[in-house]
Write a protein that binds this ligand. Sequence first.
Ligand code: FAD
Length: 341
Amino acid sequence: MIIRENIPISEITTMRLGGPAEFVIDIESIDDARDAFGFVKEKGLPFYYLGLGANSLGKDNGFNGAIIRNHIKGIEVLEESKNELLVKAYGGEVWDDFVEFVTNKGFSGIEAMSKIPGTVSAAPVQNIGAYGQEAKDTLVSVEVYDSLIDEYKEIDAKDCDFSYRHSIFNSGKDRGRYFILSATFRFAERELKQPFYNSLQSYLDAHNIKDYSPMSIRKAVSAIRADKLPDPETTASAGSFFKNILLDEPEAKKAEKKGVPMRKTPDGKYKVNTGWLLEDAGLKGKNFHGFTVSDKAALILINDSAKSYADLEKAVAEIKKAVKDKFDLDIEPEPVKIEAD
Ligand SMILES: Cc1cc2nc3c(=O)[nH]c(=O)nc-3n(C[C@H](O)[C@H](O)[C@H](O)COP(=O)(O)OP(=O)(O)OC[C@H]3O[C@@H](n4cnc5c(N)ncnc54)[C@H](O)[C@@H]3O)c2cc1C
């Protein structure tokens, strides 16, 4: 376990904002978790869990508490046969390295989530997803440290209440309770199921690709993303800044009258692509207080020159107002603020 003091949050999050965190604790083994929580509890510190900070935002006054990060590495194959792969990945692994590992073994299930920045730990938290795949589809269980009762536990995927960008880890009464140590996934397919997402299908058609093996899809998705999405190494952003919207039927009828396209989901809701709303409201490419709505993917807010969270708040308020004025719809940010609950 490594404990450091007074670390600028701007240096450990991809949006590159935020003042100092009082403590940053890096956990390097399963046993470290108990010691880390012993430390924060003894000092009475609030805590926040962080991976690579690709979906977390630092505030200007920093964080008077402890940021706890999972730095445990390792990928263990638990069972492998021609038809099935059961694999446990420790939370400090880079998500894309895990995708590469599984894809290399020829199994399908996460290849369309190639190049999503971040750690394995964070993948179940917001149930990451891309091009029709979601973490919940192959996740079996999550190993955690339960900070409420100071015990190690295994939580079954079916008890995680997964839905779009939602789980028990980021919502409800148990939000922030469980520190994720590792995640176990089961893969039983060899090819991504058709129909593919439009943008993926268009890319495959345009490049005359008929090979739908996991590695081929991984390459296609990686190419699409490299063209469209900012690289966190060189460009500050938190990825998609706003969530897509789920409407019930009466709300959907109202939105339809304003020309908003939507797609019915299996659970009877209507999904609105917030990127479309931003684009149609003429926000693509526009700069707000040092943040630009990406001209390649409108959901992405790029930090061009801003240094303060206060500027982000101003930018977000103006963008939300433009969408509200045009479509009478409320859009909500996806990234999480680093603060005590
Ligand atoms: C350019 C770009 C593109 C992106 N594209 C996508 C995309 O296609 N699909 C998608 O779903 N997301 C996308 N994202 C968002 C981001 O990559 C994911 O949310 C990813 O899971 C974040 O991982 P992280 O380790 O950086 O998480 P962090 O930002 O560090 O943490 C995210 C959340 O997980 C919690 N957390 C972190 N570690 C733990 C732990 N050990 N135990 C419990 N909770 C923990 C945090 O408290 C926080 O709530 C994108 C982001 C960027 C910058």
